[in-house]
Design a protein around this ligand. Sequence first.
Ligand code: NDP
Length: 376
Amino acid sequence: CVYPASLRRNACSSPSALRSCMSAWVIDQYGTDGVLKYTEEMPVPSVGSTSEVLIRVHAASLNPLDISMKGGYGAKLLNLRRDPMSVMAGASEFPLVLGRDVSGEVVDCGSDVTHVVPGDEVWAAVPPWKQGSLAEFVTLTEYEVSHKPKLLSHTEAASIPYVANTALSALVNAGGLCRDSASNKRVLITGASGGVGTFSIQLLKAWGAHVTVTCSQNAEGLVRGLGADEVVDYTAGDSLELLEMMEKFDVILDNVGGETEEWATGLLKPWSGAKYVTLVSPLLLQTDSMGLLDGMLQAGLSLHNKAMQNIISCGVFYRWGFYAPDGPALDEVSKLVDAGKILPVVEAQFPFTQVPQAFQKVENGHARGKTVVRVV
Ligand code: NDP
């Protein structure tokens, strides 16, 4: 393993950086049980291009995607995104480091990096096609990195970036909302008690929207505390009737998918540009099962058919939302956090020695915010 120049420079001030290898939780194969392994022999990543930043991870957090990726979800498309040439050559993605959020400290920068310098405290959402944050160090491009909110600890900060980038991409790019247009818009969030939902409620309230949510009865206090105006308990038998009695919505952010998709579009204002955005698309499942070309074609066809059906029958837009890396968007979130308008919702935290237990927690479902891993 070769360690970067700045780590050698900083060797006296940070003894742990003297090592050329680092601790990490990795998988060497996909599977459900027993595949997560702790190693101290993962090479410390280096700044490979002039726009890259090396970050010492203080805290990471887990998302449902980590659980699915451990089992092989999305492998075909993510491998293509990682390195198209290596897919052709049949090269392996292992050992793979999971973990999509990072809060930490910059230790090295490429020569073109201007936004951050070594010593800066930063946060970021690590794209799923890159090595993750359940390790002592991670590299990202400058564009993906943002200064961490000053008021948050690293543990708190690590709970936000991935859900924030996802929610912003879904609400802004697919849902057509923004700070200046969301005021008084009626938004429905399904599955609001989890990571994306608890962030989205706060973001939309900060933007002045009216927010209705669905969640289990025992999450009502949490979501109301975050600002939800109306709360519908989906476990009570009459939740759809209650939603149908309400004024119709401008935007629906669906964190649940499945059956929800069948009734949700009927809750939107017809013929007025209203949008249904689901985060639960079949794209990766289809590329996994049918191969890249057939899977993408099938997913594209299904999206096209649903979009056409909804626009023709009731004049509403049907869209898929996806996480998108976006450091500048996190800069804006950072301001909202430091202004006290967005709070971290950390449901559980685990030390680095207990990453398998943290995975188990997320796998058990019923999230109420986020599960964080303290790496330092
Ligand atoms: P979480 O697991 O953190 O939250 C899901 C929440 O939904 C839980 O609080 C759960 O609580 C609640 N829930 C489950 N079933 C229902 C239901 N029928 N109605 C209302 N609430 C329900 O997930 P995230 O918030 O991180 O992500 C949400 C979804 O979006 C996930 O499916 C995730 O995979 C997906 N996602 C997709 C991305 C993309 O790029 N496309 C990016 C990020 C997330 P309880 O069961 O107790 O009610």
